[in-house]
Design a protein around this ligand. Structure first.
Ligand code: C2E
Ligand code: MG
Ligand code: MG
Length: 805
């Protein structure tokens, strides 16, 4: 409400009243002061004037007294009395009053004049003789007429007072005018403009002219700045409000039309609000507004749903919780719903409900799939693990059989996967036919099956049953192979572990059955084995050997031995084969036949092979430097090719020791040629191209395929020692060795006979025209330090024996 303003509320009136008040106070005080000062001055002047009057008549009065001339005296006093301020004059000589004159005036009443009359003594002068200045002859006395003097003084004071008042009025008027023009008018103008101002449209107050630097100017600018800020804030607020309205409209739309159900409920599930989707999703029955509950419908676990709401409320903050709940419809249909709730902070939760039935079904089927083998429908490895999880030693006994088809890979390779799969299905069908209701089959790998045979605890009975299974499986499988009816034969190896004797949990049992299976496989397949703790011990032994081998490699415990290779025609030393030696601190000598395959299996062969080549090169470089013109041949495992021993690395090592390529020969086995033909060929060719020689080791033990000898650019064939051993007694060996030598000669290959142990064997080889020999007959493999001595010995012996006959 606008306040009523009266004229006296204005600055002008207030300032004027203040100024008038102060002026009146000051005027009153100063006029009192002035009239007092004026009075004093008029009084003093009156007295001085009377004195001066007496001075003028003093001589005449002396003469009148001297001659006692009363006439003169009278004239004199009368003359003095004519002065309006003189009240009374008396002239006396001695005791006699010569003349006296007095004005007739009204009675002076009590007051200021009377007081002054009383207080101010008469002005008198002593008269001296005109002839003798020391002789006093009389006295003249004048009294002032204070009534006259005061009257004059009063009129004077009045005049001054008036003058003062006039001046004050003038000052006040001037001050008011100045206030009016300099302050009130611009302020009023600004105020009036402010009343009509519309700051929102950008209007601002104008600084009154001449007030650019005054307080008013500053005030106007401040008001402008303030109103600018206000307008800005207002604008922002308005925009915010508008956005909020839009948002609200939007969210309302979202809420109403959302695909998910949305609700707000209290801790007992009483619904405060919800959208249409919720009603449809949870089949919410129709009831009176405000009485419907989330739990009014067929949840399978309504108390869990309420627990979720309450847990979210109790968690507070953004205690978002979620879970899946099953909803059962009246007609037997079911729906999986995902409910997510978050507390709103007012004792209620907001929740969303989404239909996840599809996902749930997929999850369930995925879970089923995850434990099932898709080909046979048996449990897979995970399924087997799961079904044997949580075993208790007190549980009923059973046998776990692990079963592996012998030679299945070959069938797969030869006839393709579809035939392989059909064979697996046939095997599975036979297995199923032999299992009881309580038994359980599983397929745990490509051609690996596991059988849980319930109730089996007796070795003999179980053995008989497993044997029957093996026999059944070994019967031919009639099936269509490449458009023809064929009968495939596949046998099985089986390993058996008994629960709880061989293991009390699934891991132990599987391990035990696997060890038994390995043992059956090693026995050549087509058989079964029970788990035996000795198998475990063997495994343990191997594991320790593994650890030791790693340590040996790390601490350079492996040493090189060199076994001379002799040129049989020239009867002189040609080179030496490098062989690894491991002197184990506890076990003594460990054969390379044991630790090389182990190193291959555990991935150590790469590092070992590289170290062997490096050390061999270093050694042969030393010997060649000392004038011994030999080469060394280094064994290379199939696992090293090609990545663990790239040809560039070999060349690098040769370069490092400044060795020509013919200083090194590489010994490979047929395994290398069989593994990956293309890769092996490229690897061999690049080494050959660099000038290295390639030896084919242990020839005769593997496939001994002639095609290898043709296809690969080899230099030398090493006939395996097993053929040389019985050369003199076994005529078939002799025939074979002879054939190899002849064939090699026709292909332009050299031949080294390995394992030459005695003179008889040497004589036979000479007879057959074998080029080179290696074996205990010449020398065992020796340490590098003993090599030169060995070489000298061999040279002498060969020399004595003379050239080949
Ligand atoms: P290998 O390459 O065939 O080596 C020849 C084997 O025959 C050596 O056995 C050697 O000591 C043995 N030997 C030589 N002369 C005679 C003999 O007159 N009579 C008999 N009975 N044996 C003889 P070793 O040293 O036990 O090596 C066995 C195998 O281990 C080697 O067969 C080779 O395949 C492998 N090996 C040895 N050292 C290495 C190596 O550094 N790298 C690779 N990859 N394998 C190696
Ligand atoms: Mg060899
Ligand atoms: Mg060999």
């Amino acid at each position: 409400m606008e306040k009523r303003t009266r004229w006296w509320h204005g600055i002008l009136a207030r300032s004027l009243m203040a100024v008038v008040g102060i002026a009146l106070l000051m005027g009153g005080m100063s006029s009192l002061l002035v009239s007092r000062m004026v009075g004093e001055q008029v009084h003093d002047q009156a007295v001085i004037k009377l004195g001066e009057l007496l001075d003028t008549v003093e001589n005449t009065a002396s003469i009148a007294c001297f001659v006692a001339d009363e006439q003169l005296a009278r004239e004199l006093v009368q003359g003095l009395l004519r002065n309006s301020e003189v009240l009374r004059v008396s002239l006396r000589t001695g005791e006699h009053e010569l003349a006296h004159a007095e004005r007739k005036v009204g009675k002076v009443g009590p007051g200021r004049t009377a007081l002054r009359t009383l207080l101010t003594p008469s002005v008198h002068r002593v008269l001296h003789s005109p002839f003798n200045a020391d002789e006093v002859i009389g006295e003249i006395r004048i009294d002032a007429d204070w009534a006259v003097i005061d009257a004059r003084m009063d009129s004077y004071s009045r005049f001054i007072g008036l003058l003062f008042a006039g001046l004050l009025a003038l000052v006040i008027a001037a001050a008011a005018a100045m206030m009016l023009f300099l302050v009130i008018r611009p302020v009023k103008a600004a105020s009036d403009r402010l009343h009509r101002l519309d700051p929102a449209s950008g209007e601002r107050l104008v600084v009154p002219e001449g007030h650019e630097r005054t307080e008013i100017g500053r005030l106007v600018e401040d008001i402008n700045a303030l109103s600018g800020r206000l307008v800005e804030t207002l604008d922002q607020e308005r925009a915010l409000r508008r956005q909020k309205e839009i948002d609200q409209r939007k969210y309302q739309d979202l809420f109403d039309n959302a695909g998910s159900g949305i609700f707000v409920a209290d801790r007992d599930g009483l619904l405060e609000s919800f959208n249409r989707a919720l009603v449809e999703l949870i089949w919410l029955p129709h009831r009176e507004e405000g009485t419907r509950r989330l739990t009014d419908t067929g949840w399978q676990a309504p108390e869990q749903l309420l627990a979720l709401l309450r847990a979210s409320l109790d968690a507070g903050g953004d205690g978002q919780l979620e879970d899946d709940f099953l909803l059962l419809g009246r007609r037997g249909d079911e729906r999986w719903l995902h409910v997510a709730v978050v507390p709103l902070g007012d004792g209620s939760v907001q929740g969303t409900v989404t239909d996840v039935t599809q996902r749930k079904r997929e999850e369930l089927s995925a879970r089923r799939l995850a434990v099932t083998d898709s080909l046979t429908g048996f449990a897979n490895r995970v399924g087997l693990h799961r079904s044997l999880a949580d075993l208790d030693p007190a549980d009923a006994p059973f046998a776990l059989v692990m079963l592996d088809l012998d030679g299945f890979k070959q069938i797969n390779d030869a006839f393709g996967f579809p035939v392989g799969d059909r064979l697996l299905l046939a095997v599975a069908a036979r297995l199923r036919g032999m299992l009881g209701d309580m038994d359980q089959p599983a397929r745990i790998g490509g051609d690996e099956f596991a059988l849980v045979l319930a109730g089996e605890h007796d070795r003999e009975m179980t053995g008989a049953r497993v044997e029957r299974i093996a026999e059944q499986l070994a019967l031919p499988y009639e099936m269509q192979v490449a458009d023809a009816q064929s009968s495939l034969v596949v046998s099985a190896s089986l390993g058996v572990a008994l629960f709880p004797r061989d293991g009390v949990d699934v891991q132990q049992l599987l391990r035990a059955a696997e060890l038994a299976l390995n043992s059956a496989r090693q026995a050549g397949g087509r058989s079964y084995r029970f788990f035996d703790p000795a198998l475990q011990a063997a495994v343990e032994h191997r594991r320790r050997l593994e650890d030791d081998l790693r340590a040996a490699v790390a601490s350079r415990e492996l040493k090189l031995a060199f076994q001379p290779i002799v040129d049989l025609r020239e009867r002189r030393l040609a080179g030496a084969e490098v062989l690894l030696r491991w002197l184990h601190p506890q076990r003594g000598h460990v054969s390379p036949e044991v630790f090389i395959p182990l190193a291959e299996e555990i991935g150590l062969i790469g590092a070992i092979g590289l170290a062997v080549l490096d050390e061999a090169c270093r050694q042969v470089a030393l010997w060649r430097g000392a004038g011994l013109d030999i080469y060394v041949s280094v064994n290379v495992s199939v696992r090293q090719i090609p990545d663990d021993l790239p040809p560039v690395v070999v060349m690098d090592i040769l370069r490092r020791y400044k060795l020509p390529p013919e200083a090194i020969a590489i010994e490979i086995t047929e395994g290398v040629l069989m593994s990956n033909v293309g890769v092996a060929q490229a690897w061999i060719e690049s080494l050959r191209a660099a000038g290295l020689r390639i030896y084919l080791d242990d020839f005769g033990t593997g496939y001994s395929s002639l095609s290898y000898l043709k296809r690969f650019p080899l230099d030398t064939v090493k006939i395996d020692k097993s053929f040389i051993r019985d050369l003199h007694v076994n005529s078939s060996d002799r025939t074979l060795v002879e054939a190899i030598i002849t064939m090699a000669a026709s292909l332009g290959l050299n031949v080294v006979a390995e394992g030459v142990e005695d003179a008889q064997q040497l004589a036979l080889l000479d007879e057959m025209g074998c080029g080179f020999g290696q074996g205990y007959h010449f020398s065992r493999p020796v340490a590098a330090t003993d090599f030169l001595e060995t070489v000298q010995r061999i040279d002498t012996e060969l020399l004595q024996a003379g050239k080949r006959p």
